[in-house]
Design a protein around this ligand. Structure first.
Ligand SMILES: Nc1ncnc2c1ncn2[C@@H]1O[C@H](COP(=O)(O)OP(=O)(O)OP(=O)(O)O)[C@@H](O)[C@H]1O
Ligand SMILES: [Mg+2]
Length: 129
């Protein structure tokens, strides 16, 4: 049965290890963040630079592993899924990057960029041209 809540984030927390040879304090990027997004609604996340917005988005999209907390997408606990099941979920949870120059690789053709995701998700059939 589909859940009314498309996204449920509970107690999401991320600590990054110090960059310089493991020394220095942990970067506490996100601390105990919870929110819900009902199906069909939109949430805007606003905050000063460095407040953790991108890190929250990356944890929701499973690009960064949370230190603590949970993410439920359409009733499914994403942090507990196998790598294979997480990869399937990537077809439904998309990240739209703000900077097109950072998201479109100049080393790839447009054809390669468009087909890469379809190949990974095994969607469609290969053309002949
Ligand atoms: N991979 C990483 N390793 C170490 N620290 C990181 C990493 N990614 C983010 N941080 C730190 O986590 C904190 C939150 O960063 P984040 O990019 O999530 O903020 P933001 O709200 O998206 O900022 P902006 O509005 O500038 O995009 C910052 O202190 C940042 O330096
Ligand atoms: Mg950001």
């Amino acid at each position: 049965m589909p859940s009314d809540m498309l996204l449920e984030v509970n107690g999401l927390t991320k600590h990054f290890a110090p960059v310089a040879f493991g020394r220095g304090p942990l970067v506490k990027a996100v601390r105990d963040v919870s929110f819900q997004i009902p199906r069909g609604q939109v949430l805007g996340l606003v905050g000063e630079s460095g407040s953790g917005k991108t890190t929250i988005g990356r944890m929701v999209a499973q690009l960064v592993e949370p230190t603590a907390g949970s993410v439920r997408f359409d009733g499914v606990e994403t942090t507990a899924l196998s790598r294979h099941a997480q990869r399937k979920l990537h077809a439904q949870v998309q990240y739209i990057f703000q900077d097109p120059f950072a998201s479109l690789s100049p080393r790839m053709t447009i054809g390669q960029i468009i087909t890469e995701g379809l190949d990974i998700q095994q969607i469609g059939t290969r053309g002949t041209s």
